[in-house]
Design a protein around this ligand. Structure first.
Ligand code: ZN
Ligand code: ZN
Length: 355
């Protein structure tokens, strides 16, 4: 955790701040290790302070290594505590703080000026330390095992929700604390919904089924997608699968330090566009993954930040044809010194499941 504090302090210096106040759960955890639901991690040049209420002071004392714990209450609010510290320039999470919180702070703080952090902590979080990578690898490993399991489970007559529930049970039995997002199980024509959360639709022979899921291990997320067919595939199903796979593999192979998210996105988009399906690939190629399932870096047309070793991203092109169906293939990928390592190991072979 000390390395994270060092990194946060570099922001302090660069931005000429007296303190950084973190309330967003993932940023707060990144700084302090705290996993509870209420608390502020305050980092100044010399101090690390964790401000929380009675319910969490014991937990904070255990989890927040090196932090001084200060208890807030109705009579001693976080703004009272901040005032006592005489911080003039305080970095705050303007993209997370609510308007209500902002108004309260603005009204109560006497000589502290709130300065937007402009995503500085999110940027730090985009490059992972070895311990963080281990947790993501474990979350990816659990998801891989779940995919292997679910291939034997899926059969005509089940609902998408049955399949999603089985995925969840399996991953939690294997050590996941929760899902990293509501599993997407989209079958038949519903597979053209890029984010078709599992419904009570019954899966049938001939359906393509898109499974997009992941879990949380030690706070860190995994995310992967595979698309399979129940029974014998039709020609068009196979055609769009092959195009998506080519786009996925080609853009994946281009991952290395220095490449931007926009460049990777353009590779996949070029392949799908050349085959005449450009209009059916309406989302970005991928995203960063860590304490949150969607985080920096951007892996889409906006992604102008060069990849760095330690970044963890997804590569997930897709083709979605209304009233027909869709295919998405998504891997979780670690950027390494020499290129990349795929953390989701499940096969991407075109699978026609026995019915
Ligand atoms: Zn996904
Ligand atoms: Zn994703």
């Amino acid at each position: 955790m000390n390395e994270n504090i060092d990194k946060i302090r570099s922001v302090l210096k660069k931005r000429d701040l007296d303190g950084i106040l973190l309330y967003k759960p993932e940023n707060r955890r990144y700084a302090s290790g705290f996993t509870g639901s209420v608390g502020y991690a305050l980092i100044t040049e010399t101090d690390t302070i964790f401000i929380t209420d009675f319910r969490y002071t014991q937990q904070a004392a255990i989890q927040c290594d090196g932090f001084e714990i200060i208890e807030m209450s109705n009579t001693k609010t976080v703004t009272d505590i901040l005032d006592d510290l005489h911080l003039h320039q305080l970095g705050i999470e303007e993209d997370f703080m609510t308007y209500g919180q902002f108004m309260e702070f603005a009204g109560r703080l006497k000589d502290t000026y709130m300065v937007p952090l402009k995503g500085a902590i999110l940027k730090l979080r985009s490059v992972k330390m070895p311990d963080e990578i281990k947790n993501i690898e474990m979350a990816a490993h659990i998801a891989d095992k779940a995919f292997e399991h679910i291939l034997k489970f899926i059969k005509p007559g089940l609902t998408e929700s049955d399949i999603a529930l089985e995925l969840e049970f399996f991953m939690r039995r294997e050590g996941a604390s929760k899902l990293s997002f509501d599993s997407i199980v989209a079958s038949g024509e519903r597979s053209s919904l890029p984010h078709g959360v599992a419904s009570d639709k019954i899966v049938e022979a001939g359906d393509m089924v898109t499974l997009d899921f992941g879990c949380v291990y030690n706070g860190y997320c995994s995310d992967m997608t595979r698309t399979v067919v129940l029974g014998k595939a039709g020609n068009k199903q196979r055609e769009i699968y092959d195009i998506v796979l080519e786009a996925q593999v080609t853009s994946l192979k281009a991952v290395k330090p220095g490449m931007t998210g926009a460049e990777l996105d353009a590779i996949a988009r070029g392949i799908i566009g050349d085959r005449g399906y450009g209009q059916y690939f309406g989302h970005g190629l991928g995203h960063g993954v860590g304490l949150e399932v969607h985080e920096l870096p951007h892996v889409n047309a906006r992604g102008d930040v060069p990849m760095e070793p330690g970044m963890v991203i997804t590569i997930e092109p897709g083709i979605y044809i209304p009233d027909f169906g869709g295919v998405r293939i998504e891997d979780l990928v670690l950027v390494t010194d020499s290129g990349y390592e795929v953390l989701s190991k499940s096969t991407k072979e075109f699978l026609e499941l026995e019915v």
